[in-house]
Design a protein around this ligand. Structure first.
Ligand code: UT7
Length: 325
């Protein structure tokens, strides 16, 4: 029985950096509040040319280069995003055009901050069906276009960026061992965004409260910790791998305090977590693949080691996946 392996990773961040000290001049906040409550110090913000599909394509080119494949080798492109620059066609079709991946079919997947995990899970189902498939999985977001820059409760939290990986099948005993996904739509009002995106800036009216991300932060925080803990436990139970055997955990990067609470519940050292929230903020579906690419390029994941991914986001959606690298 073949399983799905990652053969290339890549990431891309906009050049422009917004520091907490910049935000102090925009809303009633402080570097001290943002740092202690979230762990975030800076975030990257998209400029013209950094549209979601462009960031996704830049990350994809790096992943392709690492994998030794070219765009024409791709059979499928999945883009996890909630912030494509247009509603239709999909961001994935724009990526396909940008890469000239003429042999791939392309689709978007909306599972908010869990989108990359959901996309990996979907890719794995296709690869189980045909292990020769080469699939590009991207998480890409430009959340800066959807936050209310006058709302200090949300505007300090998010950032822009993209991460990508190329996956295919293997007969070796490694790759994705298990993935468990969950949703609870009954709680959607705790974290949502109710407008359609648009490249047409005239349609994004200032003061139009409907078009921005809204979050009941404290409630989301509690659910995030409990749900990720449960998802991790269930994926470990299913595979018989213990948390001590896991070399690296790459969680969705939303808040350092969420990660510290998770560390306490799991009883593992914080060093087992790959953390970069301090420099990028919450990049939603892009956060795991950006972190995965960084950890991979820094040699933090060695062959045959166990790697755990976990996410929580709007929907609610959440889940965990275990890999033997
Ligand atoms: O990626 C999807 C999942 N998202 C998450 O996981 C986010 C989960 N939630 C969180 O990370 C945290 O709840 C937040 C960072 C959003 C907020 O932290 P908190 O410790 O839960 O703060 P709070 O919302 O309870 O607010 C505490 C106080 C309030 O003032 P009062 O009512 O106590 O006077 C807020 O008005 O902090 C105030 N506040 C701020 N003060 C300075 C809220 N935002 C700011 C700000 N600067 N930026």
């Amino acid at each position: 029985m073949s399983s799905m392996v990652v053969i290339g990773t890549g990431s891309a961040l906009p050049e422009r950096i917004l520091a907490n000290t910049d935000l102090e001049k925009m809303v009633d906040t402080s570097d001290e509040w943002i740092t202690t409550r979230t762990g975030i110090k800076t975030r990257h913000i998209a400029s013209k040319g950094d549209e979601t599909s462009k960031l996704g394509s830049r990350a994809a080119r790096k992943a392709l280069s690492m994998s030794g494949l070219v765009a024409e080798d791709l059979d499928m492109i999945i883009v996890a995003t909630i912030t494509s620059e247009i509603s239709m066609p999909s961001c994935a079709c724009l990526v396909q055009k940008e890469l000239k991946a003429t042999n791939a079919f392309a689709l978007d997947l909306n599972a908010a901050c869990s989108g990359f995990l959901y996309s990996l899970d979907l890719a794995e189902k296709y690869i189980k069906f045909d292990p020769h498939l080469k699939i590009l999985v991207i998480g890409a977001e430009t959340l800066s276009t959807r936050v209310n820059w006058q709302d200090r409760n949300t505007c300090v939290l998010f950032g822009d960026g993209a991460g990508a990986c190329i996956v295919t099948g293997t007969d070796q005993e490694r790759g994705m061992l298990a993935s468990n996904l969950y949703s609870d739509g009954s709680l959607y009002k705790l974290l949502y965004m109710d407008s359609a995106p648009s490249m047409n800036k005239d349609l994004i009216r200032p003061g139009n409260d409907g078009s921005y991300i809204k979050m009941a932060g404290r409630d989301v925080f509690k659910h995030a910790v409990r749900c990720m803990d449960d998802a991790i436990s269930s994926v470990l139970d299913q595979t018989g791998v213990s948390i001590e055997d896991v070399s690296l955990i790459i969680p969705h990067q939303a808040n350092i305090r969420i990660l510290k609470s998770l560390v306490d519940r799991l009883g593992v050292p914080l060093e087992k977590f790959y953390i970069n929230v301090y420099k990028y903020g919450n990049t939603s579906a892009a956060s795991i693949p950006i972190a995965l690419d960084e950890a991979n390029r820094q040699g933090k994941i060695q062959a045959e080691e166990y790697l755990l991914l976990c996410a929580f986001g709007g929907g609610f959606t959440w889940g965990a996946a275990l890999f033997r690298w």
